[in-house]
Design a protein around this ligand. Structure first.
Ligand code: NAD
Ligand code: UGA
Length: 448
């Protein structure tokens, strides 16, 4: 029986390993983490992350061939294939602070693998890492190897939160990079066989290590760049009377552009887009490519611009002050179908409004009150959208939860101060219908 161990039971480690376990009953999969509360939650009825379809997958194989444990060293020592899916945040101090990836967690995982291993291992980079990381990992492992053979593979993850299970069941592609040596090719083949249990062979791409590592950063940069492009257009739409949804539809009909990922918004969020682009910028700078670095930096600048443009629009529309006014925030997660708030644009928008002395009142179906307190150092959470909007001067929609389309806006309007404003940062509501009720509606990239 092949044994897999995954270090890091987070948004990536948990769902990816659960799907491997459910699709490969003959493989034993153990997910380990240094965080006891996280592992306890994975072993409980309330999983640590909200992800549609995840509960069913975990229930189907937990205790059968899927296990969650804090006994990191034991399971690493026993495994044939070790996935490393620890966090790789942006460095906050020292060389490259604010841009470079912080590989502290990765390095400590690698050193631990070297310490406890007694048999040959395939070590898989699942975390998103700078191109050339495998070389550093290889050095750490081989310099401490005690004669053990390590093969490093890059197998970046492309799942998106909110659709993780769907994405893992039917990935557009699985990417595996390895050394171009006989041992390297053998390791690539071994990992390929795991995925081949459910992914069609033509969707499993194999490349050299550096292409695989860089492709992950490139994919996220391209995706984020599309959003900044459409968000830049949204500003021009507002200035000219064009409608960004019509523009997106029209350009997306071009098969070379394609219709997906062209929704204008209050800005992209999530734990990865900004971090990975900053990392890419840093790598470009280190390689003496300032023009390339500046090109990608602009994607983040437009995103920051979009968030502050939204705040400015709210304040200027409400007679240049929100001081003392209640502003209801509908949606705090960085996108729908997740409770994740990492880098959510809602944090910047709320901070902007609080800076102008607004009283904000937040409702999100999946984000907890504790989380909002950690993100904003304030305690203004409501358990339902009607409570949050009661007595408010304005409503800001910051996450595209489906339920926000179906709210009783007449009831909301009746309980609000007048004039009642709606600032739709996700273009989820029917602005015309709301205007008929009496709201003043601002939708991103659309005529007033
Ligand atoms: P996360 O913070 O949710 O999970 C990481 C886990 O690793 C944490 O639970 C932490 O306790 C654990 N950990 C850290 N160091 C450890 C160690 N030495 N030993 C054992 N456990 C350790 O992070 P995530 O969102 O799952 O992201 C992980 C990686 O995957 C990142 O590099 C990220 O860029 C990448 N990624 C994330 C997504 C996503 O949707 N979140 C998608 C694709 C790729
Ligand atoms: C993104 C990528 O889509 C994944 O392929 C990748 O694996 C992952 O990052 C990662 O490396 O972490 P994720 O951040 O979970 O996934 O979610 P996305 O659906 O990409 O959304 C990111 C942000 O962009 C959200 O705030 C979302 O609301 C925003 N967005 C997305 C838009 O504003 N407009 C769009 O058209 C699409």
């Amino acid at each position: 029986m092949v044994k897999i161990c995954c270090i890091g039971a987070g948004y990536v480690g948990g769902p990816t390993m659960a799907v491997i376990a459910v699709k490969c009953p003959a493989i034993e999969v153990v997910v380990v983490d240094i965080s006891k509360p996280r592992i306890d939650a994975w072993n409980s009825d309330k999983l640590p992350i909200y992800e549609p379809g995840l509960d069913e997958v975990v229930k189907a194989c937990r205790g059968r061939n899927l296990f969650f444990s804090t006994d990191v060293e034991k399971h690493v020592a026993e495994a044939d294939i070790i996935f490393v899916s620890v966090n790789t945040p942006t460095k906050t101090r020292g060389l490259g602070a604010g841009k470079a990836a912080d590989l502290t967690y990765w390095e400590s995982a690698a050193r631990m693998i070297a310490d406890v291993s007694k048999s040959d291992k395939i070590v898989v980079e699942k975390s998103t890492v700078p191109v050339k990381t495998a070389e550093a990992i290889e050095k750490i492992l081989t310099h401490n190897s005690k004669g053990i053979n390590y093969q490093i593979l890059s197998n970046p993850e492309f799942l998106a939160e909110g659709t993780a299970i769907e994405d893992l069941f039917k990935p557009d592609r699985v990417l595996i990079g390895g050394r171009e040596t006989p041992e390297g090719r053998k390791a690539v083949q071994a990992l390929k066989e795991v995925y081949a249990h459910w992914v069609p062979e033509e969707n499993i791409i194999t490349t050299n290590l550096w292409s695989a590592e860089l492709s992950k950063l490139a994919a996220n940069a391209f995706l984020a760049q599309r959003i900044s492009s459409v968000n830049a257009m949204s500003a021009l739409c507002e200035a000219t009377g064009a409608n960004v949804s019509e523009v997106s539809y029209a350009i997306g009909k071009d098969s070379r552009i394609g219709p997906k990922f062209l929704n204008a918004s209050v800005g992209f969020g999530g734990s990865c887009f900004q971090k990975d682009i900053l990392n890419l910028v840093y790598i470009c700078e280190c390689n003496g490519l300032p023009e390339v670095a500046n090109y990608w930096k602009q994607v983040i600048k437009i995103n920051d611009y979009q968030k502050s443009r939204f705040v400015n629009r709210v304040v200027s529309s409400m007679f240049n002050t929100v001081s003392g006014k209640k502003v209801a925030i509908l949606g705090f997660a960085f996108k729908k179908d997740t409770g994740d708030t990492r880098e959510t644009p809602a944090i910047d928008v709320c901070k902007g409004l609080l800076g102008d002395k607004a009283h904000v009142s937040i409702y999100d179906p999946e984000v907890t009150e504790d989380q909002i307190q950690r993100d904003l150092a304030m305690n203004k959470f409501d358990w339902d959208a009607y409570e949050a909007t009661k007595g408010a001067h304005a409503v800001c929609i910051l996450t595209e939860w489906n339920q926000f389309k179906e709210l009783d806006y007449q009831k909301i309007f009746d309980n609000m101060q007048k004039p009642a404003f709606v600032f739709d940062g996700r273009n989820v509501v029917d602005a015309e219908k709301l205007r008929e009720i009496g709201f003043i509606v601002y939708s991103i990239g659309k005529p007033l």
